[in-house]
Design a protein around this ligand. Structure first.
Ligand code: GTP
Length: 174
């Protein structure tokens, strides 16, 4: 564990409630009816937790729990209307490329949308992300439980690292 969950600040626009993922059947049922649910998935170490916390707090911070499944509750307010969004951030393990998928059917049924993250500097994580998207699309079209095709967002993360050699080259030129 690299982060300190208690020091994650609340966002100005809503509430950040972060907890270790210990959801039960009741938790799935309750959140399905009361919130917009987002599954965050992808290869290990691509920045799933960092990206989720950055979206909620608007800042890149190192103070979050990494390497564990987590859920984050976030409330957004728009025109006096409040909407709760729950993120399920699933940690992956070293053997993730060998395993079929990092989530189960229940996770997929629960999700209203899926964010698939890859590291722009690591092609293997991109190939894995495509595999995940392919799996979800095939599953959605063949399963009645999934209620049609879910929106999927493919996100390339760690762009700052990918740009580094280029900007260093430019500095040398100037
Ligand atoms: N430079 C840089 N580092 C990042 C970025 N996003 C995440 N990291 C770092 O990458 C490492 C992994 O980030 P996590 O958010 O824990 O990755 P994860 O995908 O949740 O990892 P697992 O839970 O182990 O599957 C951490 O050291 C982060 O600080 C980014 O955009 N840029």
């Amino acid at each position: 564990m690299r982060g300190r969950a208690n020091s994650v600040p609340a966002s100005k626009s809503g509430q950040l409630l972060l907890r270790k993922n210990n959801e039960t059947e009741d938790w799935f049922a309750a959140t399905r009816s009361s919130s917009i649910n987002i599954l965050v998935t992808g290869a290990k170490n691509v920045g799933k937790s960092a990206l989720t916390v950055r979206f909620i707090t608007k800042r890149f911070i190192g103070e979050y729990i990494s390497g564990e499944d987590m859920t984050y509750d976030h409330v957004i307010s728009e025109e006096k209307r409040k909407q709760k969004i729950v993120f399920l951030d699933q940690s992956n393990d070293e053997d993730c490329y060998k395993k079929r998928m990092p989530f189960d059917d229940q996770n997929l049924e629960w999700a209203d949308g899926i964010i698939v993250v890859y590291d722009v500097g690591n092609p293997a994580t991109y190939m894995y992300a495509l595999k995940i998207i392919n799996f979800i699309q095939n599953k959605s079209s063949s399963s009645e439980d999934l209620e049609g095709v879910k929106p999927i967002l493919l996100v390339g993360n760690k762009t700052d690292l990918a740009m580094e050699p280029c900007s260093m080259r430019n500095e040398k030129r100037n």
